[in-house]
Design a protein. Structure first.
Ligand code: PHE
Length: 368
């Protein structure tokens, strides 16, 4: 009887292909994490409706990291030891992903982050990939935009000194702005979780910048912009992809700001339109950039598993390197460090027709 039970369970197990995902489903950036998870599930269900991958139904095992690096590590260990997955899509924010890249590499797990932009994310080894551009690229793009499109000569930066994402962006923006002949008149910092930025903003106001670069996520940025305007600071606000969802959070004082993002749901592009329609049909809201990146990540990984004929990371990594296709967030090929070479979209915060904040497409910037 024992042998029969063993036979049945092992056969049952082989009918599914397990993929892990680690997302900030709760915690301070849960707007990002829930949409990204939902989009990954949407992609998985589309493969399953077509018969699955390698003849198996794909089972997505979701772990919540709460945007906490230690919890991210626990989630990775659980997926590796209990669920025995070989492929993990995640994590969402750079600090959480950086906490697990070495462990994933050591355990022989293929880790694919849809959204972590910090430059060093893929440094840990040949099993780490991502489907988003890097922070050095976004920092450079926004510095060029400030100098060339807004004629800025004086810039200030206010960043989170304890966050890899924020400090990496600060450096690339400041270096590029200075290399283009501009002057960084103030560079102030805070610690993650701070809610009062008035002391730093007073110094920044005294330096009278044309632009203020705010490299952080939507929740902190909306507090900063509010306090800056209350102090009478009139600089044009600039930001990175963490500003996605700002329009749902900030007050009217955010109008006039510009940021860099992975896609615009309003883009005149067949893949974007189809994705936005399917996501809205299923979840009832317009997908943010994280959702678009999660959907692309799942497609890139599952298509590579089909090409490889296996989810064995050593074979899969080679199939991933052959990726060359247009997805929702753009055409994807990988460079030797497993970073995609792709364009970025610049968006402006405006007042929409319904009186609520909205984003307006400004333009696309291609990598050099
Ligand atoms: N790029 C951010 C990080 O690395 C996460 C993020 C992606 C935020 C996309 C907003 C939009 O932490």
């Amino acid at each position: 009887l024992a042998a029969v039970i063993f036979f049945v369970t092992s056969r049952g197990g082989s009918d599914t292909l397990k993929i892990g995902t680690i997302m900030s489903v709760s915690g301070p950036v849960s707007h990002f994490g829930t949409q990204c998870r939902d989009a990954i599930q949407l992609a998985v269900d589309e493969f399953n409706a077509r018969g699955g991958v390698l003849g198996k139904q794909v089972q997505l095992i979701v772990e919540d990291d709460e945007k906490n690096p230690e919890k991210t590590m626990n989630a990775l260990v659980k997926l590796a030891t209990k669920d025995k997955v070989k492929v993990v899509i995640g994590a969402l924010t750079s600090d959480c992903t950086l906490a697990i890249t070495q462990e994933a590499q050591r355990r022989g797990i293929l880790l694919f982050t849809p959204t972590s932009t910090n430059d060093s994310v893929t440094d840990a080894g040949d099993l780490i990939f991502r489907s988003c551009f890097k922070d050095s690229f976004q920092g450079q793009v926004m510095a060029h935009f400030a100098v060339e499109n807004l004629n800025a000569t004086k810039a200030a930066v206010l960043y989170d000194m304890n966050n890899d994402y924020s400090t990496g962006l600060m450096k690339s923006f400041e270096e590029t702005f200075a290399s283009l002949g501009g002057t960084v008149v103030a560079s102030e910092s805070y610690a993650g979780g701070d809610k009062d930025f008035n002391a730093q903003l007073t110094k920044i106001k005294a330096a009278d910048p044309d632009v203020l670069f705010l490299p952080d996520y939507y929740n902190t940025v909306s507090l900063i912009i509010n306090q800056a305007r209350n102090q009478g600071l009139d600089a044009i606000m600039l930001g990175p992809d963490g500003w996605d969802e700002l329009v749902g959070q900030a007050g009217e004082e955010a109008i006039g700001g510009y940021f860099c993002n992975h896609y615009s749901p309003d883009a005149d592009d067949a893949d974007v339109k189809e994705f936005v329609r399917k996501y809205r049909d299923r979840y009832g809201v317009t997908p943010n950039a994280l959702a678009a990146l999660g959907y692309d990540a799942a497609y890139i990984v599952l298509e590579a598993i089909e090409r490889a004929g296996t989810d064995d990371p050593q074979v899969l990594k080679k199939a991933l390197m052959e990726t060359d296709k247009k997805y929702v967030t753009g055409r994807i090929t990988f460079d030797e460090k497993h970073n995609p070479v792709k364009s970025t979209t610049i968006l402006k915060v405006v007042k929409g027709a319904d009186g609520k904040l909205a984003t307006e497409y400004v333009g696309m910037v291609d990598p050099e």
